[in-house]
Write a protein that binds this ligand. Sequence first.
Ligand SMILES: [Cu+2]
Length: 148
Amino acid sequence: MKLLSTLLALALTGAASIANAQIRVVQPYAHATSQGQAAAAVYLRLTNTGTVIDKLIGAATPVARRVELHTMALEGNAMRMAELDAIPVAPGRDVELSPGFAHLMLMDLTGPLIGGTEFPLQLTFQQAGTVNVTVKVEGARNDQGTRQ
Ligand SMILES: [Cu+2]
């Protein structure tokens, strides 16, 4: 049901650019922020429905001053976030940006992300150009999961 409503939202907001772009963006979401939190991750799935390799090369949103592409990398014994220049998406393949793996990092948030709200996000692809999506903010995680 949630997937369906996300797809419907995409069809309403980004149909033209998605049709040309051949990149489909499914179910973008973020978690609600806790007090004083300055950065937050956005997760989503990219599907390349075209015939050429494409790359996610950047993103922008009014709710953050900067958006970085991050992945998780082992550094010594600890998993740390590392910045990427691009996230490639091969034709016919999906790339999942999910907790513990790659994500979009909203840096320097202009305000809190509140559960139940949504915000616009513009993704830039090397081939497909820009794709506009709407990110849903999910309620805060339980206490064990709150720290990012
Ligand atoms: Cu990050």
